[in-house]
Write a protein that binds this ligand. Sequence first.
Ligand code: URA
Length: 431
Amino acid sequence: MRIVDLIIKKREGIELSDKEIEFIISNYVSGEIKDYQMASFLTTVVFKGMTPKEIGKFTFEMMKSGKIIDLSAINGIKVDKHSTGGVGDKTTLVVGPIIASLGVPVAKMSGRGLGHTGGTIDKLESIPGFSVELTDEQFISQVNKIKIAVIGQSDNLVPADKKLYALRDVTGNVSSIPLIASSIMSKKLATGSDAILLDVKVGNGAFMTTIEEAKKLSEQMITIGKQLNKDVRVEMTNMSRPMGKAIGNKNEVLEAIETLKGNGSKDFIELCYSASATILKQAKVTDDEKEAYKMIDEVIKNGKALEKFYEFIKYQGGDVEKLKAKDFWNPSFKLEVFAKKDGVMEITSALDFGIVASKLGAGRISKEDSIDFEAGIQINKKTNDKVKKGDLLFTLFSSKAISNELVEELEKAYTINEKEVENKIILGKME
Ligand code: URA
């Protein structure tokens, strides 16, 4: 078999056989298939799609490309959550500690930034000392002891996705239902949780820009999960505006902490409460939505969720004192953007905010790039906030000098209107 023939076959719209998919994944992981060949295959998939049978096989081959973690030594219903990727999306940092503080075991594998979107692993690694590499034994023992552990993808955990993810990120091959569904579900299945909540982002800052595409992606992922008897639920959420007020890494960690203290922004709180309530139902803690919200409120108000967050950071080597220190986030350069007129703010493009944050240093442009954890954007006026001429709208941060061109790029990402606009956060649920 030759990869070049399979690329052509895919391009001609002919379904690949199980054997051919097995060949592609195993030979890419072993290095026989080169990055440039795989990039061409991925681009072909982006344009031609995959049949449901191909997606199923692609996912299982990816899952099997490394070891599979057996979580049976953890008591209770193990839950996992995963976002399809957004701008300012620090949800795991808040939802994880909330549900763990309510006794639900959270065993999670997270990803790095992809395209213009941020990644939980990058955010966690912005905390000095924090390690996302745990052995299976450490992972299981930590979930048993403190109910929460988050790991990154080590070389032997779904290596096919690890390689593909990094390649897709820098070759413009992210936005594809089969590639996203197989990437997410291969990881979720390899880490063996019983219940999975998928936060499928919709809008121009997401990889799915319409609700129809989001539903298709959700259906694919639910179908894959059902084949392995997992309780997979989906929440489709708005990503036409950035989530919360911080976009970056260190600043997003700080926003997560503020949210756990009860000081989060309205949109982000709504998202976190909804996700946490769904997970509490999946974990069979309660089947009553109101009761779930009450429980979440309680652990925010009594500080238990925040305590859990710090405990989790400490367990994985993070320096909590440094995290709490005033100079934890200390960017050298900043540039402020002010309102040119009175009115009501509307952020119209989460995508542009994501791209600008990435250019400031918060994301990667090429595979080998390292992240500037200080870089990012703080939003002072969110959609539907009243604005007076001269008010501070946003601040850009970086460790290197900030070019005015980036401010110009942001200018096309918002408007100041006369009236408020519709701003729904939860767009739909599926299971
Ligand atoms: N998150 C993933 O893990 N993979 C994708 O392809 C997109 C978002």
